[in-house]
Ligand binder design. Structure first.
Ligand SMILES: Nc1nc2c(c(=O)[nH]1)N[C@H]1C(S)=C(S)[C@@H](COP(=O)(O)OP(=O)(O)OC[C@H]3O[C@@H](n4cnc5c(=O)[nH]c(N)nc54)[C@H](O)[C@@H]3O)O[C@H]1N2
Ligand SMILES: Nc1nc2c(c(=O)[nH]1)N[C@H]1C(S)=C(S)[C@@H](COP(=O)(O)OP(=O)(O)OC[C@H]3O[C@@H](n4cnc5c(=O)[nH]c(N)nc54)[C@H](O)[C@@H]3O)O[C@H]1N2
Ligand code: SF4
Ligand SMILES: [Mo]
Length: 702
């Protein structure tokens, strides 16, 4: 028999800044090998352990293969097979019924996040469909809104450098960033810089894998990064370490900022708030400012999500991104601060999503508040129908117990479009099978580098699985929606995504996509967006703010009745500011992702779950002894919102008063709940983001 072998260029779809290039070998219609693309300039042919196991995921025995209808009780996960025709007819009949009912179409809520980051399957026909239907809008805040807004106040955009310039940096601070785990190719570049003389510092309450490998770990008290940054500024100004010329030319509000940190944020005050000793605050400021003269290269702050998942997360980011301007680090390629490159690729989101179809006055529900939404506690109509795709809210959302009791409502109609029987699938009335990245086409840019790429379809969909766009074509047709808007192919959608638009903030240039077309992407593989080599975005000011300067003092904030200057905003749940809460639940719990999972994805791939083993809780010996907890003992972690169990790992990886567990496990694997049973739906100060790490708990042996 003749065998047919082909090699296909694909892209890792996961919510990860690296967006790796993949090479898939397909034999007789079956993917037999998947490896990193050596021709990808940034991701360079190597992948993380998770995606090295991607074929195990694609061909996993638990893949959902056909549509199903619930036959058991909600939560039991008992289903029977139905046809696609029946599934689509059932969903659209119910949507029509809800839309025509007393609460109107806003009683329907789409719920999605970043199961795939592809432009077409993340947000295109799905958005058009729910806009046209008049469903409630979903504010997708769970991850990145606090920092985006915080950064925008100071810089007028997200803090960004060309990640490839990291090699030029000589003083690198991982600030709330577990870079060696969550952004592995960026870590490689940091390592190269270190070989050339860079010092690597990590600011994290937890001795993370990154902290372990750094030259200096600074354990900060959770949620106090803003104060630490203000303390560093105090020292910079006090000791004359600022770049007066840069401040004069390119910044606004230096005098006001200088006065605020002089009077309110002395190193002594900041040491009390942050738990970082005065001498360390001073040393950090001096080393940071001395990078150029003493080490021959600029300082770079890689700030990430750790500091954002707290009540004051937005303000913390706003404050930290002031630092590079104060020492003039932005002057040099590789100097400055790096949060995300996601705004640089000028995709035509309006063409894809058609916000013009949204009926005037449609309400918006913050995804972090799904628990409240499902219990009718938000303004506006109750949620009577929920359509989940690209997400696993029963596991990843805060206030898990309340989310689940909401999903259990008998009068709620729930559809889940998924690849696997996740925790959320167990609550579905109708389950739809989704394709994986090898089974559909998509387009990708990255939030951690400058390359854009097409993901070519490698294999036919398994079973009866369908991609997101196809399902919305079917739903739209059954609803009788305009064919010219909905019956468009993925190829047409891709062309629309690539039609030119002005980039947000007009920066960098609209021309970032010049020369990038569907044809060139398919012919060339990964293509760098049109940003010059060694780009230093703010070397000569050019900030995206209304003044075009780095705004320490923000007139926009002043006009909105908020503080025009950076200040320290404490966490919602902090033993220092809320001793009343700490009486019963004295420990601050962080719950960042497990290295071998991608949020709750991959939990069901045996090799990866076995390497993570089980949920653990890192606890300081002082706190363990006070609770008579022994090494390796099972513990219960709890507060008034819920409880979960983990294995105690006692050590100096955390300071007294802080505990760390890793997420995000499927509750059905860990006995009915995970760490999100204890997390809260209180939003961040800016953007209503998730505050997963702002969470007081108590621990006891079981
Ligand atoms: N392997 C793997 N990689 C991933 C993911 C994954 O699940 N697994 N998830 C992806 C996604 S969606 C995201 S958003 C990113 C997240 O990327 P990162 O932000 O790097 O990841 P986190 O581990 O959430 O948080 C970083 C660090 O912040 C610390 N931290 C917590 N609170 C504070 C604080 O108050 N101050 C400071 N300074 N540090 C604090 C945590 O201990 C943690 O070590 O990673 C992406 N990459
Ligand atoms: N405790 C705790 N909770 C957290 C976090 C934390 O650090 N700690 N991190 C938070 C963060 S940063 C984030 S970004 C969120 C992430 O939350 P989610 O975006 O919900 O992420 P995942 O858990 O990876 O779930 C994505 C699901 O989408 C499915 N999927 C993948 N591709 C497709 C597709 O093409 N079509 C369809 N229909 N489905 C698909 C996958 O099978 C998977 O089950 O979690 C948040 N929750
Ligand atoms: S999850 Fe991240 S590091 Fe792993 S292959 Fe995908 S993009 Fe690369
Ligand atoms: Mo995220």
């Amino acid at each position: 028999m003749k065998t047919e072998l082909k090699v296909v260029r694909a892209v890792c779809p996961h919510d990860c800044p690296d967006t790796c290039g993949l090479i898939v070998t397909v034999q007789d219609g079956k993917a037999i090998k998947l490896r990193g693309d050596k021709d990808h300039p940034f991701t360079d042919g190597y992948l993380c352990a998770k995606v090295n196991n991607y074929l195990d995921r694609v061909y996993h025995q638990d893949r959902l293969m056909f549509p199903m209808r619930r036959v058991g009780k909600k939560g039991q996960g008992k289903f029977e097979r139905i046809s696609w025709e029946e599934a689509i007819a059932t969903i659209t009949a119910r949507f029509k019924e809800v839309a025509a009912g007393p609460h109107g179409p806003q009683a329907i809520l789409p719920y999605s996040y970043a199961g795939t980051m592809g432009k077409l399957h993340y947000a295109s026909l799905d958005r058009r469909f729910f806009h046209r239907l008049g469903a409630s809008l979903l504010d997708r805040t769970i991850c990145a809104t606090a920092g985006s807004i915080g950064s925008d106040i100071t810089l007028g955009t997200r803090a960004v450098i060309d990640p490839e310039c990291t090699v030029h940096a000589r003083y690198i601070i991982n600030w709330g960033s577990n870079t060696s785990v969550t952004n592995i190719h960026q870590w490689t570049l940091m390592h190269q810089a270190r070989k050339a003389g860079a010092k690597i510092v990590t600011i994290d309450p937890h001795r993370s894998k990154t902290a372990e490998k750094s030259d200096w770990w600074i354990p900060v008290r959770p949620g106090t990064d803003g104060a630490l940054a203000l303390g560093v500024m105090n020292v910079l100004f006090r000791e004359g370490l600022e770049d007066a010329d840069y401040l004069e030319r390119y910044c606004i509000g230096t005098a006001e900022l200088r006065e605020r940190v002089r009077t309110e944020y002395s190193p002594e005050t900041v040491a009390r708030i942050t738990g970082v000793p005065v001498a360390d605050i001073e040393k950090l400021a001096r080393e940071y400012a001395g990078s150029m003269t003493e080490r021959g290269g600029p300082a770079l702050i890689r700030l990430n999500y750790g500091m954002q998942r707290h009540g004051g997360g937005g303000m913390a980011v706003r404050t930290v991104v002031c630092l590079p301007a104060i020492i003039g680090a932005w002057r040099h390629p590789g100097g400055g601060a790096m949060l995300s490159t996601s705004k640089l690729a000028p995709w035509n989101g309006n063409a894809l999503e058609r916000p013009d179809l949204i009926p005037h006055g449609t309400r918006t529900i913050n995804m972090v508040n799904l628990a409240e939404a499902l219990h009718g506690e938000l303004p506006g109509p109750p949620v009577m129908a929920l359509y989940v795709y690209n997400s696993n809210p029963a596991a990843v959302n805060p206030a898990q117990s309340k989310v689940i009791s909401g999903l259990e409502r008998e009068d709620l109609f729930t559809v889940v479009h998924e690849q696997f029987p996740t925790d959320t699938v167990d609550f579905a009335d109708i389950v739809l099978p989704a394709t994986t990245q090898l089974e559909h086409f998509d387009l990708h840019s990255a939030y951690g580098h400058f390359y854009v790429q097409a993901n070519e379809q490698a294999i036919a969909p398994l079973g009866e699985a369908k991609p997101n766009t196809e399902v919305f074509r079917l739903l739209a047709e059954a609803m009788g929606f305009e064919r010219d808007i909905f019956q468009v192919t993925d190829e047409q959608l891709a062309r629309e995504a690539l039609t030119p638009v002005g980039s947000p903030n007009g920066y960098p240039a609209v021309s970032a996509f010049e020369g990038i077309t569907l044809e060139t992407l398919i012919a060339n593989g990964p293509m760098r967006i049109n940003v010059p080599e060694n780009w230093a975005p703010f070397a000569k000011g050019n900030f995206g703010t209304p003044s075009g300067k780095c705004e320490f003092y923000s007139q926009r904030e002043a006009m909105a009745g908020r503080d025009p200057l950076p200040k320290y905003v404490p966490p919602h749940e902090d033993p220092q500011t809320r001793p009343d809460l700490a009486v019963r639940h004295p420990l601050q719990m962080l719950c960042p992702p497990e290295a071998t999972f991608l949020n709750s994805t991959f939990v069901n791939v045996d090799a990866l779950r076995n390497s993570a083993k089980e949920p653990t809780l890192q606890i300081n010996p002082v706190d363990a002894n006070a609770r008579k907890i022994a090494q390796g003992q099972r513990v219960e972690v709890f507060n008034d919102r819920g409880r979960f169990e983990a294995k105690a790992v006692i050590g100096e990886t955390v300071k007294p008063g802080v505990v760390v567990t890793f997420g995000v496990w499927w509750s059905k694997i860990t006995g009915g709940s995970n760490c999100n049973a204890t997390t809260s739906t209180a939003g961040t100060d800016m953007g209503g983001g998730g505050t997963f790490f702002d969470n007081l708990v108590q621990v006891r042996g079981v």
